[in-house]
Design a protein around this ligand. Structure first.
Ligand code: DHB
Ligand code: FE
Length: 282
């Protein structure tokens, strides 16, 4: 059976794409952010995942306001990136894993999650840049991928508790996949940021640190909050942190205590409190 080797959760910000393209990893503004990934590179080199399930939110590249699924799962042989207008170069296509995609889709529907299946799917900065951070400079992507998209763009949004339960269902689905692949879960979004309105620029570091901490031993802590309360705490776009909850939910079946591989919280990258956490079954 397939095995989840761990979860990496990280923020996504379009400006990272430009920083990579311009080789700004050692620039004083970017260095503390990029350096945070070095221990993850070492860890990934040891665990060598075969396939990555990426929990993220599309920002209008694949789904626009006219059609907005709450949950969508990719089932394509490959996933292409496209120009979102941020000025970053587009990245090479990501290989899919249609066998795992359909297994996840069948398992999720059986568990009463009504999802949209996507046999064609463009992937935006929230999917591409975290993978580019995890495997920098790779000539081709060393992993197959399955995108799982959660709507955090157009209300109504799924609750934090429901996203956690989606993650739990994904974890059970991976564990029942008759394949000896090693699966990494990646969740991208958050932490606190607000790009628009009166509170544009809002960042809540105490909340972000408490949230990161809670994911280790008290993962349901943030599910006490409604989406509107999360907007209050973390900003309008900070609600993207539900991806971290879904990713953590996928590890909920791990029998042993989780080991924190690393955590990094750096403020700000662009408008965002940039967090990074890697967890593995101890
Ligand atoms: C920024 C953050 C995001 O999550 C996003 O999708 C776009 C921009 C930012 O901080 O600039
Ligand atoms: Fe975003």
């Amino acid at each position: 059976m397939a095995r989840i080797v761990g979860a990496v959760t990280t923020s996504h910000v379009p400006a990272i794409g430009k920083a990579i393209a311009r080789n700004l990893q050692e620039d004083p503004y970017w260095k503390p952010f990029f350096d945070g990934f070095k221990p993850v590179h070492a860890w990934l080199g040891e665990v060598k995942p075969d396939v990555v399930v990426v929990l993220y939110n599309d920002h209008g590249l694949n789904f626009f306001l006219d059609k907005m699924p709450t949950f969508a799962v990719g089932a394509a042989p490959e996933y292409r990136n496209a120009d979102e207008g941020w000025g970053s170069p587009t990245l090479p296509p990501f290989p899919g894993d249609t066998e795992l995609s359909w297994h996840l889709i069948e398992s999720l529907v059986e568990e009463e999650f009504d999802i949209t299946t996507c046999q064609e799917m463009l992937v935006d900065h929230a999917f591409t840049l975290p993978l580019a951070l995890l495997w920098p400079g790779a000539a081709s992507w060393p992993v197959r991928t399955v995108p799982v998209c959660i709507n955090t763009v157009q209300f109504p949004l799924p609750s934090a508790a429901r996203c956690y339960r989606l993650g739990e269902a994904l974890g059970r689905a991976v564990a029942s996949w008759d394949n000896d692949a090693k699966v990494l879960i990646v969740g991208t979004g958050g932490l606190s940021h607000q790009l628009d309105g009166e509170r544009a620029g809002f960042i809540n570091q105490p909340f972000g640190l408490k949230f990161m901490d809670s994911l280790i031993d008290d993962p349901k802590w943030a599910t006490q909050y409604s989406i509107h309360e999360l907007v209050e705490q973390a900003g309008t776009q900070g609600v993207e942190l539900v991806m971290w909850l879904a990713a953590r939910g996928a590890l909920a079946g791990a029998t042993q205590r989780l080991r924190k591989v690393l955590g990094n919280h750096h403020i700000p990258i662009s408008n965002t409190a940039a967090g990074l956490l890697a967890l593995e079954p101890a």
